[in-house]
Design a protein around this ligand. Sequence first.
Ligand SMILES: Nc1nc2c(ncn2[C@@H]2O[C@H](COP(=O)(O)OP(=O)(O)OP(=O)(O)O)[C@@H](O)[C@H]2O)c(=O)[nH]1
Ligand SMILES: [Mg+2]
Length: 422
Amino acid sequence: MFDRAEIAVKAGDGGSGVVSFRHEKFVPFGGPDGGDGGAGGDVVVMADEAVTSLRAFRRNRNYKAARGRDGAGKKKYGKKGPDLVLAVPAGTVISYKSQVGDSSLIADLEQPGQSAVVAKGGRGGKGNTHFATSTNQAPQIAQQGEVGEELDIILELKLIADVGIIGYPNVGKSTLLAAVSAAKPEIAGYPFTTREPILGVVEVGTKSFVLAEIPGLIEDAHLGRGLGHDFLRHVARTRVLIHLVDGSSESPAADMAQVNTELGLFDSALGKKPQMVAVNKIDLPQVGARLAEITESFSSVGIHVFFVSAASGQGTAELMAEAMKLLQSMPAREAGGIKVPRKIFHPAPRRVSPGVQRQGDIFVVTAPALERIITWPGETSSQLPGEFRQQLARLGVTKALERAGVKPGDKIRCGNFEWEWP
Ligand SMILES: Nc1nc2c(ncn2[C@@H]2O[C@H](COP(=O)(O)OP(=O)(O)OP(=O)(O)O)[C@@H](O)[C@H]2O)c(=O)[nH]1
Ligand SMILES: [Mg+2]
């Protein structure tokens, strides 16, 4: 029932900010003008009408968006890395591989055009213009871009049936599905043979639709008895119903009324879904003998019936052609009877507040914004500790260091840098 693929996605890293200074005539050492890096590209999953399966994702499992470009002098921003858009069929459910249950859901892309960001690109690093302070007009530090998000996700195609076959147990629903599609449901002469919805693809000319056998609709299904309750939800997602009745039953019209009562009790919208009524087993002599009587019993309540033999195939192609016509005459799929909240994934904010941890005789500063600080080749680094201290003060880390008992001469480490507390 599901087509499934597990893939690894990695959003682009942000580009780096740069250290650069204005070079003006007669001004040998102008102000800082290093531009910021561009953000890395996101990995986006998008439902696309032209895509019909997840097969492509079985061949290639790794997907990486491009990184952002580095900034440049003259305050030039680096270009954002282009997003990587993965096209999937409508009806694809995206979830985290690392989580189970409801919290694993990232998005449910029901309609073509819907999309979700599954991995957010890293933000670009800041150029040295951002690090100027009143006491340091020539900052020699810039910031590296953030690393893009990386995670494993599961794509699952939830086939949504266009047409559902409903009817009393044992009327021949499985036999009909098997006759018109490649599906191979179990067929047997006792009720409730089919225990969960079975899907098949029906081709009519060059077009196709998905047909589902909805099992177990009986009296009191709406109360959760029998198998019916769960499957009524599948009925809600179909657009057209084929109501199959057994021509050899005592009263085919009464059987149909009973099943419809169940539908209506579950959800009144279901009762209003367009139905095509088909009388099955016309190959049986006792059924062949009463076609006029059956036609009359339905037409007296305003219902047109189709006659078929799922076993011999008689009339089934015509029934499918009519179902296709009816589908095409209907507006595009709506959300159906069940309201599925539309979920669009927003990655959680990555803000981590700065902190200090003592590791032996080194004070390690955790401050994502500072850990990404970089120096620029060719620039002097003697003033770096001073610049770092200013940034630490700005982030309120100095106080945290003092609270942690830092003394002159102690070693401080942040990202790739290490220096002494003066
Ligand atoms: N003679 C005849 N028998 C049929 C026809 N269609 C189905 N049957 C028989 O009717 C019985 C039930 O058929 P299924 O296709 O399993 O019926 P179902 O509606 O799927 O039944 P459940 O899944 O158990 O609710 C089987 O013995 C079939 O062989 C038909 O067109 N003619
Ligand atoms: Mg069946």
